[in-house]
Design a binder for this molecule. Structure first.
Ligand code: NAD
Length: 389
């Protein structure tokens, strides 16, 4: 029996617990103390080797209230990222948790100040902004990582492992699925839906996750051309009942981004990406995501907002000796993905090396989001040009 137990133990997914050296604290700041900053503060506080030393928000009193709420009254409070960066000369890293339109300016200023950056998703609003951030990153020699916590999920990593195993052969077609039926982000304010704060809508909010999951799995091939479509039928409708089951015509007036997007994108290596994403539609889901290869296909169950959680297993489809067969890959509970994302940022500050989610990959993600908006605006296919850094 003892032998049986030993054999079973060998099949356990053994993960070594890393011993954290907490003798010297990593000093971090948080820029933008809105909704998602709560998760950053909570995750930093859970690290034994991290101290949150500074907070900034442009809304007067917001950062101080945030400090109180999280029991970090010792953190110094500032009224903007510039003020924080000008005064904090001893910072190891910052989380940038501002709305999308403030990602690029805040990231550039932090990198220019010589601070390592955890930048919330989406990378930026436009490709041009992403390129400017990458120039600042290169000049600074500091770490820039983009906040895609699903990357830390075993399920997401399994998709990549399946592709890399060769089980699918050469991948030639990828279909994005998922999306929300009734999920225009609310009630945390209107920063997601206004043009001058959100910049892009469903595309940037959850489209970037969908792209990261699929493109990450196939090694982030360079995007070449794009035919894009965006619409705003629901967000702009004063009778839309999606905001806490009530009509809010005042939000319809403010709505300045997309609530649905679709695209057909050619990627390097002859791969086609068939993309769709939704905050609101008259459909339960855009379907499962699919990866088709010359030797097999992979079905990834539809997820609502790409948080790393599946409710069904992945399924691999093959042909064996002339017979169609399929098998399932069990899914794993996700665990604390946010905590893992913050831990990996702290580790990369302490140990150096490549960040978990590097800009060199996410620039292709951003190039696709940007191309969808541009192609939709002119109503035809465009070539995607990504400047060298
Ligand atoms: N990773 C995730 O799971 C996840 C979840 C939600 C949101 N997000 C991303 O996080 C970002 C913020 O989302 P949110 O819901 O917290 O928005 P929010 O509007 O609640 O918070 C943004 C805060 O940034 C502040 N701000 C803007 N510019 C600033 C500046 N220059 N200096 C200091 N403060 C500034 C605003 O006043 C506001 O308080 C978005 O880009 C969003 O896409 C990520």
């Amino acid at each position: 029996m003892a032998n049986d137990a030993a054999i079973l133990d060998a099949f356990k997914d053994v993960k070594e617990e890393k011993v954290v050296d907490a003798s010297k604290k990593v000093k971090v700041g948080i820029i933008g103390t809105g909704w998602i900053a709560d998760a950053h503060a909570g995750s930093y506080k859970a690290q034994p080797d991290v101290e949150i030393v500074a907070l900034a928000d442009i809304v007067p009193g917001k950062a101080a209230a945030f400090a109180k709420k999280h029991g970090i009254e010792g953190a110094r409070i500032y009224n903007s990222d510039e003020e924080l960066l000008a005064n904090e000369k001893d910072l190891d890293g910052v989380s940038i948790c501002t709305y999308n339109c403030q990602h690029a300016p805040c990231a550039i200023r932090a990198l220019e100040a010589g601070v390592n950056v955890m930048l919330e998703k989406p990378f930026t609003v436009t490709l041009d902004e992403a390129i400017e951030v990458m120039k600042a990153e290169k000049k600074s020699g500091k770490i820039l990582t983009i906040g895609f916590q699903p990357r830390m999920s075993d399920n997401m990593q399994m998709i990549k492992k399946v592709v890399e195993s060769g089980e699918l052969g050469d991948v030639y077609y990828i279909q994005a699925g998922g999306g929300r039926r009734s999920g225009i982000p609310f009630p945390f304010g209107t920063t997601f839906i206004e043009k001058n704060t959100g910049g892009i809508g469903a595309l940037g909010d959850i489209g970037c996750y969908s792209l990261d999951m699929l493109l990450g799995a196939v090694g982030y091939p360079k995007p070449l051309t794009c035919t894009g479509y965006v619409s705003d039928f629901f967000g702009k409708d004063p009778n839309y009942i999606g905001y806490q089951n009530a009509k809010h015509p005042e939000y319809a007036e403010k709505f300045g981004v997309d609530d649905f997007a679709a695209a057909f994108v050619r990627l390097e290596g002859g791969i086609i990406l068939d993309f769709r994403i939704s905050w609101a539609m008259h459909m339960d889901t855009c379907g499962d995501a699919l990866i088709l290869g010359t030797k097999g296909g992979l079905r990834i169950p539809s997820t609502e907002c790409w948080n790393g959680e599946f409710t069904k297993p992945l399924t691999v489809y093959k042909s064996v000796a002339g017979k169609n067969v399929q098998y399932e890959i069990p899914y794993a509970p996700c665990g604390d993905l946010f905590g893992k994302k913050i831990r990996s940022f702290v580790d990369s500050i302490k140990e150096g090396g490549k960040p978990t989610v590097p800009s060199s990959e996410i620039v292709y993600n951003q190039a696709i989001l940007d191309a969808i908006s541009k192609s939709a605006a002119i109503g035809r296919e465009i070539e995607i040009e990504i400047p060298e850094i």
